[in-house]
Ligand binder design. Structure first.
Ligand SMILES: Cc1ncc(COP(=O)(O)O)c(C=O)c1O
Length: 400
């Protein structure tokens, strides 16, 4: 009889030859339990998804309520579903007035695809500018935004008209011109290993886009919903995007994404052609219910208020000679090690000790820390002690 692991390797598509391979039994709050009953601190939130931890009561309650009403009834945009409308209204009331129309999707990459299409359609330009070392998704449009050709060249040809600029290099903003339909940028570059914007950089990007008539598309798929210590990072950095892209933590563990902009801009998808962008499952009622519960909990329980304190606490407690620096924006953190060779040992030893951390796509010296925002401070201190122990182990591997 093959084991579940063997069946996983044989029958579930593998994304790499080195998956983390943790066999999950259940997850609750800040913990994940494997099939041997071992308990782990989830210090990644499933890559910035479980910001309220796992199975938050607000989320579960709304899901259950919706399960008793209806599941899918019709493709997106045709039926008026109370839960979807309620979520859209709740969401836009939290945002600035120009962000007033929501298009719901199932994933982040679909949000980015839609934003690219909307920019091309509304601006009648096709050039899109993205940043080097950004990750916006894996579908062909989003993949075209990736600067690292080691990844994308196996899938050529991708979209024409994509240009890359270096994040935080103000002089490169001159590449944004009146040929540019949109600039797609993360407020904090996640997969580059938490690349935080320099003071005033995003304001300069905003100003340049406005000057040349390009849309500013802000990818808040990782930064959104409190991760940086503000409900949305655009507020932290003092800009308002033309299109806001949300995903990941939005659904409290259920799949949902949202593209949000002014209604007049969104209407470019409504006419000439009509049905300019459609989806079957976008804004699924159960995902909308989960997202509603998630956001409600964030607001009513003031979840975001303690994020900056917890960021500070981690920086105080997580010290070791092989840690070179910790880059962070709230609880979106990259712990950079003095030598690349330590990384795999720190990640695997942490796991063995019961703390799940992970790698970044484009930074091979740092590990990712993105704990649930609800992590109690006493537990964070204990988790940091485990990471320090893992650092000691990694250092000892090379001491002779
Ligand atoms: C910043 C950013 N944008 C877009 C995406 C794509 O989202 P999804 O994986 O939900 O399609 C990701 C996923 O990691 C991301 O980190």
């Amino acid at each position: 009889m093959p084991s579940v692991r063997q069946l996983f390797l044989s029958h579930v598509a593998q994304t790499s030859e080195i998956s983390l391979g943790l066999e999950i039994d259940r997850a609750e709050g800040i913990y994940i339990y494997d099939t041997n009953g071992k308990k782990y601190y989830d210090l990644n939130s499933g890559i910035s998804v479980s910001s309220l931890g796992h199975r938050h009561p607000y989320v579960i309650k709304e899901i259950k309520k919706q399960l008793d009403k209806h599941l899918h009834t019709m493709v997106y945009g045709e039926h008026i579903q109370n839960i979807q409308v309620g979520l859209a209204k709740y969401l836009v009331d939290l945002l600035d007035p120009s962000l007033n129309s929501v298009y719901f999707f199932m994933s982040g990459t679909e949000v980015i695809e839609a934003a690219m299409k909307l920019a091309k359609r509304s601006k009648e330009r096709y050039e899109i500018i993205a940043c080097k070392n950004a990750y916006h998704g894996s579908t062909q449009g989003a993949e075209s935004l990736r600067s690292d050709h080691n990844y994308s060249q196996a899938f050529l040809p991708l979209l024409p008209g994509i240009k890359h600029i270096e994040f935080n290099k103000v002089e490169q903003l001159a590449l944004i011109t009146n040929k540019t339909a949109a600039v797609i940028i993360e407020p904090v570059q996640a997969e580059a290993g938490v690349n935080v914007p320099l003071d005033g950089y995003l304001k300069k990007v905003r100003a340049r886009c406005s000057k040349v008539g390009a849309l500013l598309v802000l990818d808040e798929i990782q930064t959104g919903f409190g991760r940086t210590g503000h409900l949305f990072a655009y507020r932290k950095y003092g800009i308002i995007p033309d299109i806001l892209c949300l995903g990941k933590a939005m659904g409290g563990g259920m799949p949902i994404g949202a593209m949000i902009c002014d209604k007049q801009l969104m209407d470019a998808f409504t006419k000439s052609p009509s049905l300019g962008h459609i989806t079957t499952f976008g804004g699924h009622p159960v995902s909308c219910a989960a997202a509603y519960g998630n956001i409600k909990a964030m607001i009513e329980l003031n979840i975001v208020d303690s994020v900056l304190e917890k960021e500070k606490l981690i920086k105080e407690k997580l010290k070791h000679p092989i840690i070179k620096e910790i880059r962070s924006s709230g609880l979106m953190m990259a712990v950079e090690l003095t030598k690349r060779k330590y990384l795999k040992h720190v990640v695997s030893k942490s796991m063995e000790l019961g703390a799940i951390v992970d790698y970044f796509l484009f930074n091979n010296r740092s590990f990712r820390l993105a704990p649930p925002l609800i992590f109690p401070k006493e537990e964070l201190i204990k988790a940091c002690a485990l990471l320090v122990e893992a650092c000691c182990y990694a250092e000892s591997r090379y001491s002779n």
